[in-house]
Design a protein around this ligand. Structure first.
Ligand code: HEC
Ligand code: HEC
Ligand code: HEC
Ligand code: HEC
Ligand code: HEC
Ligand code: HEC
Ligand code: HEC
Ligand code: HEC
Ligand code: HEC
Ligand code: HEC
Length: 325
């Protein structure tokens, strides 16, 4: 390794490029690429074709985009490294011409809005030109794509900090459409979404996924294990429904019952466990302190079944088959 580094260090950038181009035909292209300084200049110049009419004082202030990742001109992959505004809005030559008397100015080639002249599919194509990899490999055919949701329904490009990318502001973007989820995350037991500690995108990939319901992982349980790894096991004594699907007992967004439970115990448990070695009657409130009949009290109080079956997600105790230890 040493001799090679020495050559590179001594020969500078051109030397590196020459060395690379000798090694592979692809890297020969690098030779014709501009330096960071060149692209910055080109980007600024390209932007000026539009910014002579559009700036921060316009009805729609546009220049905050310069604070975003898209305007890192030294990064050759960004819009501002090359054609600037035209990368996303198209060359828009007709738009720049003075309209004939009384006529309206022609629209730019691409307008990003729900009501504008550009179909959402064509708006998305602009973004996907650069972003089709990684998290968006399942975009085509996803719930959002097929329902004609556009990238810009969630993303803002002309501000420095896109609110959908930040944990504490993201949910509000989603909740404009998913109104029923707003009520859910305000229930007494919920994931700390409102507090900005958990984001919708911690569990969902809004761009599409190979799991159900746009879940970030292939299965519901895998999604939960991401943060609740201790529930994965393996356990010596598994509890079958836990292994199967956390949502048999838990609501992911919010619940009126503690611990995000779908319903209160003992009913939660009695949906499946009735004819047991315990009295096989469904436990009700009778027998609680002060009541007439002395049956089932232990099973109703406090954490009810969990008073004894504490290891509800699984047990590693040699005699924990009943999840009591
Ligand atoms: C000669 C002045 C001028 C130039 C140059 C210019 N625009 Fe405009 N642009 C306007 C005016 C005026 C409006 C608002 C007119 C209207 O709404 O019809 C506008 C509106 C727009 C809109 C909103 C269109 C809509 O339908 O909501 C976009 C997007 C836009 N321009 C992008 C660009 C881009 C990108 C460039 C450079 C490629 C550019 N403009 C160059 C004058 C200009
Ligand atoms: C990364 C792609 C991208 C680049 C680069 C870009 N825009 Fe935009 N532009 C958008 C999107 C997306 C919107 C929709 C509103 C938003 O996201 O903020 C928009 C909205 C606008 C609007 C308002 C349109 C309306 O409907 O009222 C104007 C005007 C505009 N852009 C002009 C420009 C100018 C001028 C530049 C260059 C300085 C530029 N844009 C660069 C993506 C881009
Ligand atoms: C010419 C290529 C190009 C186009 C077109 C483009 N982007 Fe980007 N975008 C980039 C690059 C490069 C980055 C920086 C990626 C990185 O840092 O890894 C980026 C970053 C982003 C980010 C992350 C920003 C951040 O702060 O981390 C978002 C969101 C994004 N783009 C959305 C869009 C949307 C929406 C559109 C269409 C309106 C679009 N992009 C069009 C190249 C592009
Ligand atoms: C339903 C809302 C929604 C839609 C529609 C959407 N995004 Fe996103 N996007 C997000 C969220 C939320 C994040 C933050 C994800 C995270 O933190 O993991 C994000 C992150 C990104 C990022 C930066 C991180 C990354 O994944 O590389 C890029 C780039 C991006 N989106 C591009 C796009 C493009 C392109 C489209 C259209 C094809 C699009 N998005 C459509 C919500 C959306
Ligand atoms: C512009 C409106 C809009 C926004 C914003 C939006 N969605 Fe959606 N979402 C939809 C539509 C439409 C559907 C498909 C119809 C349905 O299932 O309700 C959908 C479906 C979903 C689904 C269910 C997928 C399925 O397979 O049933 C999830 C999960 C989802 N969105 C999460 C999110 C998240 C997370 C965000 C924010 C990052 C978000 N959405 C932002 C409109 C939106
Ligand atoms: C802790 C993980 C988690 C978080 C955080 C989360 N979800 Fe979900 N979401 C799920 C799971 C799991 C499902 C599928 C099971 C279900 O439908 O209850 C789901 C289903 C959905 C659906 C499909 C409709 C439905 O209820 O069946 C929508 C829409 C949705 N989530 C939107 C959101 C939005 C918006 C946010 C942020 C406010 C969010 N989710 C945060 C785990 C989560
Ligand atoms: C991004 C990380 C993350 C993911 C993914 C996640 N959780 Fe959580 N979960 C948390 C955090 C943080 C808390 C709050 C812990 C606290 O307050 O001490 C929590 C709390 C809980 C609680 C207790 C709630 C209460 O009222 O005390 C349950 C139950 C729960 N999660 C179930 C799930 C299920 C089921 C899934 C999968 C659908 C899931 N979690 C996915 C982070 C996550
Ligand atoms: C058979 C029903 C059931 C299933 C299935 C289930 N849980 Fe639970 N879970 C409970 C009960 C009951 C509690 C309350 C425990 C208590 O009060 O001590 C709880 C509590 C929790 C808590 C908060 C307290 C703690 O132990 O950290 C988390 C987190 C949790 N469950 C995650 C999960 C995950 C992740 C899955 C799927 C792998 C899952 N649960 C499957 C019944 C279940
Ligand atoms: C969705 C149905 C379902 C729910 C809800 C459920 N269980 Fe189970 N449980 C099972 C199944 C299936 C088994 C495995 C039965 C077997 O192996 O004979 C099991 C096993 C058990 C065992 C061990 C029994 C043995 O013989 O090894 C105990 C104890 C138990 N569950 C307690 C509970 C408690 C307490 C709750 C409520 C928090 C609960 N279960 C909720 C389905 C459920
Ligand atoms: C006072 C403590 C206590 C309470 C409360 C309790 N159990 Fe049990 N349960 C036990 C003990 C002890 C066993 C036998 C354990 C052993 O043999 O290791 C058992 C066994 C079980 C078994 C296995 C039975 C079999 O036939 O193999 C199931 C299932 C079960 N309990 C479910 C429940 C459910 C559901 C509730 C709530 C409605 C509940 N238990 C409440 C103490 C309790």
């Amino acid at each position: 390794m040493k001799p090679v580094t020495a050559i590179f260090a001594g020969a500078g950038l051109l030397g590196v490029l020459l060395a690379l181009s000798a090694a592979s035909p692809v890297s020969a292209q690098l030779l014709s690429e501009q330096t960071a300084e060149d692209t910055t200049k080109a980007g600024m110049e390209a932007a000026r074709t539009c910014t002579r009419c559009h700036d921060e004082t316009s009805e729609y202030p546009v220049l905050s985009i310069l604070k975003s990742r898209h305007a890192v001109m030294a990064d050759g992959r960004t819009p501002f490294a090359d054609r600037a505004c035209a990368t996303c809005h198209g060359a828009s030559l007709a738009h720049m011409e003075a309209p004939a008397d009384g006529a309206e100015r022609a629209a730019p080639d691409i307008v990003f809005s729900s009501s504008g002249p550009t179909a959402k599919h064509d708006q998305n194509a602009v973004c996907m030109d650069c972003h089709k990899g990684s998290n968006r490999i399942h975009w085509q055919g996803s719930a959002h794509e097929t329902q004609d949701v556009a990238c810009v329904d969630c993303h803002r490009s002309h501000i420095g900090d896109d609110p959908v990318l930040a944990k504490d502001t993201q949910a509000d973007q989603c909740l404009t459409c998913h109104k029923e989820k707003r009520a859910e995350i305000h229930r007494p037991s919920s994931h700390p979404i409102r507090e900005g500690k958990v984001a919708c995108s911690d569990c969902h990939n809004p761009h599409g996924s190979n799991g159900p319901k746009l879940l970030a992982k292939a299965t519901l349980n895998e999604t939960c294990y991401d943060c609740h790894a201790e529930k994965r096991g393996p356990f010596l004594w598994e509890h079958q429904p836990v292994r199967e699907d956390c949502s048999i007992c838990h609501k992911p967004h919010g619940s009126v019952h503690d611990n995000l439970l779908v319903t209160r115990g003992p009913w939660l448990c009695q949906q499946c466990h009735l004819a047991q070695f315990h009295p096989s009657t469904a436990y009700s409130g009778t027998g609680l302190p002060g009541a007439a009949t002395p049956s089932g009290a232990q099973q109703m109080l406090g954490r009810n079944c969990l008073n004894c079956h504490t290891q509800i997600h699984g047990s590693n105790h040699p005699s924990g088959v009943r999840k009591t230890r």
